[in-house]
Structure formats: structure tokens, C-alpha cells
Ligand binder design. Structure first.
Ligand code: PLP
Length: 365
């Protein structure tokens, strides 16, 4: 059986370092907002070449707190891709703002800059991009549009740790870069964790309060804040993982190159652009008979995933919040398939996956 993901195997090589980090935290006697969080925040900011980093409890909170700290008028509109993961949209809703869906580019699965102007209104206050599957969005075009219209840019980087456009890290283009360190992400904790990066000092200060009950001074509350703190244990674990992020990215990019070389042309492969560093959190292909292909692969011992089976506007939770038709999102959701590309996936695995796909009887349909 070729697994889609195997976290035990992915983390096995680091177990000595991880145990030492956990031991260090246990023995420190300090478990919330201490030296490990501070050190991780500095190391992550340095890795991305960004001014400030604020550790929080998870990726959804990183997004929600960012929207809160922007202090936009209630109901202000945020432009967001119609094929993003639901968390991006939930954050906008939880912050009291209005999500407005923008169709992606069918070639890249990322927000299509050409679709922004038609949905712009007087109430538009921000654009929230998702660097989906680890591929950077066209921030050159999106930021130019945002500047022209006075809009904030928030980046959902939950899938794009280390991804770059024109050698600039995703998360550093807009006011806020929001990261998740959910265990399966390219940079994964051993539990829930997230962070926000920013170059805006006063925005960073507000976020530090928002994550800690809205409190600047202990027992003095400035905002009706949250409890969303990155804990010392996960921060210590993330410091170990961060030192290996480049090796993880290199491994995934090597597997991606093999897929590009070995997969049959009957599949639609990810787009590649020379000025983009794609970190392939997910290797997504498309095929008209996706479900049949997926079932057949499983029968042959290859596990795959679908990111995602139901577009946000079709989710029951979004009734009364999202409306309209999004044919490109529908097309992606009905044909997309994620192939194994974990740190625990071997080159041999990728070879087998590609050979198996070549034998799929419905390949040319
Ligand atoms: C994983 C993910 C999130 C949410 O992160 P959590 O840490 O699970 O809250 C948000 N957006 C995208 C695109 C994601 O993939």
C-alpha cells in the first residue's frame, strides 16, 4: 500500500531532536508565551525575511485575528478565491466581514487577477489570497490592483511555507501572512499551531494583544480579544522542524519533478512558471473521470485525496452567506485529485504511482 501521508514515518528521523526539545520545555517549568515561542517567532521571521511574527493557536485563528486587527467596518467586503479551503472564508465571517468569491484561474487554481475588477464595490476593503497547494499567487498583479484601489492584502499561507514569487516569500507581500502548522502541512507541528507574519509594527502589536485576551498589560483589556496562543511545546517542536523545512521542500520538489516527467499527458498537470517557487504541499492533477481513477488507484494499493470535494458555496454552512454560480470552482472540485507527495513518500513510490496511473483503463476518456 502506498499511503497518501504517513506522519509517523515523516517525523521518525527527527525523533531524537524532538524529544530533546520536549524535554527542554518540560524542565523549563514555563509553558505559555515564553522563550520558545519568542525564539520560534524570531527564527521564522528571519527565514521569511519579514519584520514581525506572532505565534497563535492555529491557521484559522491566524486569519481570523488578522481580519480583526485590521479594524475594518462591520460587513466590509473581502475578495477571496471560490476554490479555497473553507477556513479562509470562515475567518472572514468570524471577523464580521463579508466574503465575496472570485473565480480562480483554471490553469493555476489560484485567484485570477483578471476577475478582481468585476467584483469590486465601494464596500471592498481587502483581498485574501490563498497560495493553494503550495503555489504562489500572482502577487505582482494582485498587489498592484490592491494598491490602486486602497485594499489590504491578507495571505493564507497555510499551504505555502517557503514558497516564493520572484524570490520573495509568500506571506510577505500583504499586511498579514497567515500560516498553519497543522501536522500535515509542509511545516507541521505535533498538534495545532499557527502564526502571522507582518512588516507593520503597530499591526503586530495589536495582534499580540488580540491573541492574549486583548490585553497589553496583565488584567487590563484593550480589545475584546481571544485566547489563541502558540504554546511553548509546539514552538519548541516547530523550531526543530523549521531547521528541516528546506530538506522537506527539496524532497517534495524532487518528487514533483518526477511526476512531471513520468505522468501521462492524459492528466492535467500543475502549471509551472519560471519566477515561482512552488513548494508542492499538494500535487494536484485533474482528470475527467477523477472518481473512477481514484477508486481504481485504491484497488491497486495507491491512496490519494481530493482537495476539495465540495466547493465553499455548496457547503451547508455557507447558506445565506455565499450565493451565485462558480463554474470554474465546480470544474476544479469535480476533477481534482491529489497524489502522494509527503516527506515520507519515496521516489520508488512515485514511480509506482505513475506506472499504475498509466494502466488506468479509462485514461484516454
Ligand atoms: C490548513 C488550512 C487552514 C487552516 O489551518 P488550521 O491550522 O487547521 O486552522 C487554512 N487555510 C488553508 C488553505 C489550509 O490549508
Amino acid at each position: 500500500m502506498i499511503e497518501y501521508e504517513n506522519l509517523k514515518a515523516a517525523n521518525q528521523g527527527l525523533s531524537g531532536e524532538l524529544l530533546a526539545a520536549v524535554k527542554r520545555v518540560i524542565e523549563s517549568g514555563w509553558y505559555i508565551l515564553g522563550q520558545e515561542v519568542q525564539a520560534f517567532e524570531q527564527e521564522f521571521a528571519h527565514a521569511l525575511q519579514v519584520g514581525h511574527c506572532i505565534g497563535v493557536a492555529n491557521g484559522l485563528d491566524a486569519l481570523t485575528l488578522s481580519f480583526k486587527a485590521l479594524e475594518l467596518p462591520a460587513g466590509a467586503e473581502v475578495l477571496v478565491a471560490s476554490n479555497t479551503y473553507i477556513a479562509t472564508i470562515l475567518a472572514i465571517v468570524h471577523a464580521g466581514l463579508t466574503p465575496v468569491l472570485v473565480e480562480p484561474d483554471l490553469a493555476t487554481y489560484n485567484m485570477d487577477p483578471r476577475q478582481l475588477r468585476p467584483v469590486l464595490t465601494r464596500r471592498t476593503a481587502a483581498i485574501c489570497v490563498t497560495h493553494l497547494y503550495g503555489k504562489p499567487c500572482r502577487m505582482d498583479l494582485i498587489c498592484a490592483f490592491a494598491t490602486e484601489h486602497g485594499l489590504h492584502v491578507v495571505e493564507d499561507c497555510a499551504q505555502s511555507h517557503g514558497a516564493r514569487l520572484k524570490d520573495k516569500a509568500t506571506g510577505t507581500f500583504g499586511i498579514a501572512g497567515c500560516f498553519s502548522f497543522y501536522p500535515t502541512k509542509n511545516l507541521g507541528a505535533l498538534g495545532d499551531a499557527g502564526t502571522i507574519v507582518t512588516n507593520d509594527k503597530s499591526f503586530a502589536d495589536r495582534l499580540r494583544h488580540w491573541r492574549n485576551y486583548g490585553s497589553k498589560v496583565k488584567y487590563v483589556n484593550t480589545y475584546a480579544g481571544y485566547n489563541s496562543r502558540l504554546d511553548e511545546m509546539q514552538a519548541a517542536i516547530l523550531r526543530v522542524k523549521l531547521a528541516h523545512l528546506e530538506a522537506i521542500t527539496t524532497h517534495k520538489r524532487r518528487l514533483a519533478t518526477m511526476y512531471f516527467n513520468l505522468l501521462p499527458r492524459e492528466l492535467v498537470l500543475p502549471a509551472r512558471q519560471v519566477d515561482e517557487l512552488d513548494v508542492f504541499h499538494i500535487f494536484a492533477v485533474r482528470h475527467a473521470r477523477r472518481d473512477a481513477l481514484r477508486g481504481w488507484l485504491l484497488d491497486q494499493g495507491v491512496k490519494t485525496e481530493v482537495h476539495y470535494p465540495i466547493p465553499p458555496h455548496r457547503q451547508e454552512a455557507m447558506k445565506g452567506i455565499l450565493s451565485g454560480d462558480y463554474p470554474i470552482a465546480e470544474q476544479i472540485h469535480s476533477s481534482i485529485l491529489s497524489l502522494p507527495i509527503s516527506f515520507a513518500t519515496s521516489e520508488q513510490d512515485v514511480q509506482s504511482v505513475c506506472e499504475t496511473i498509466r494502466q488506468f483503463p479509462g485514461l484516454g476518456d
